[in-house]
Design a protein around this ligand. Structure first.
Ligand SMILES: [Zn+2]
Length: 93
């Protein structure tokens, strides 16, 4: 269920988690019980963990314009395909 922000003219803002079907209803303020109006705001993206936000951004960027790698990165160690010594006797192309 989404989180909606409401504003009471006396007490200020408060957040509520409620179903979308009850979105149009006014909500009584938890402080003074006066009806509060819904406030429209930005999505709650800032509540994401920074590492998760970076991963989501990298995933979107990779899907839109993936980078093409043409060489092995410097410092990368080349791993042998096999360590079995019997494979050395196999015919080579
Ligand atoms: Zn209030």
């Amino acid at each position: 269920m989404p989180t909606y922000r409401y504003r009471c003219v006396t007490c200020g803002t408060f957040d509520l988690v409620r179903p979308m079907a009850r979105l149009a209803e006014r909500e009584p303020c938890p402080g003074c019980a006066e009806p509060a109006h819904r406030v429209f705001g930005a999505p709650a993206l800032r509540s994401l963990d920074p590492a998760v936000r970076r991963a989501l951004t990298a995933q979107e960027r990779s899907a839109d314009s993936p980078r093409v790698v043409t060489s092995v990165p410097p410092g990368a160690r080349r791993t042998p395909l096999t360590t079995d010594p019997r494979h050395l006797s196999l015919p080579r192309p």
